[in-house]
Design a protein around this ligand. Structure first.
Ligand SMILES: [Zn+2]
Ligand SMILES: [Zn+2]
Length: 197
């Protein structure tokens, strides 16, 4: 198992700041890897399905090696501090949820140690208290079954008959014999160009 404080430092570099959410994500990711007897995914060995889009997700990404780009990170926005970790190798999956008790325990440990003080040096020293808290005290763990998310695939691109932009073939629609991208087919897009084209 990697050293907790080293992993946390790496997560902080990725995330941009050190916050309780990031700490929760790192601790949850480490607990999940321990349950799955796995290590950080080089490819997509472990899939993470997270139930919120908070700071914790970045901690999970760094620890587990799950990312949007590799296709082993999925978000189900349930607004819960929970995530499921699925091993493609063994087929095992565990869902971890930060319990109310676990959350209060973590926050009081951090606050008693001075984590929320303004002094950055003092704040950092408090991180050692985290090494004394185990995942078992924080998370409810369930063994679950998930439908195996499909492995990421490379698909070929086709050119949209209307806008002319290369688009992944599986995401085009055939309408009146034309192959259209989603924005052209639905006439809806999230941006408006300021000038043509
Ligand atoms: Zn944060
Ligand atoms: Zn188009």
């Amino acid at each position: 198992m990697p050293c907790f404080l080293d992993v946390l430092a790496e997560a902080e570099r990725f995330h941009g700041h050190l916050c309780p959410g990031l700490i929760i994500g790192v601790m949850m990711g480490l607990a999940a890897l321990k349950l799955l007897k796995s290590s950080r995914s080089k490819d997509e060995e472990v899939v993470a399905i997270v139930e919120n889009d908070s700071c914790a997700v970045d901690g999970i990404q760094v620890v587990v090696g799950a990312s949007l780009g590799k296709g082993n990170l999925y978000i189900e926005k349930y607004g819960k501090m929970a995530a499921t970790f699925y091993s493609r190798e063994t087929g095992e999956a565990y869902r971890l949820l930060l319990t109310e008790d676990g959350g209060s325990k973590l926050f009081s440990a951090l606050s008693e140690a001075g984590f929320f003080s303004q002094d950055e040096g003092a704040r950092r020293k408090t991180l050692e208290v985290l090494e004394k808290i185990s995942g078992d005290e924080l998370f409810k763990v369930q063994r679950v079954v998930v439908k195996a998310p499909p492995q990421a695939q490379i698909r070929k691109s086709v050119v949209c008959d209307e806008c002319g932009e290369p688009t992944m073939e599986t995401l085009t629609l055939e309408i009146n014999g034309k192959h259209l991208c989603i924005p052209c087919a639905t006439k809806k897009r999230y941006y408006e160009p300021l000038q043509d084209p």
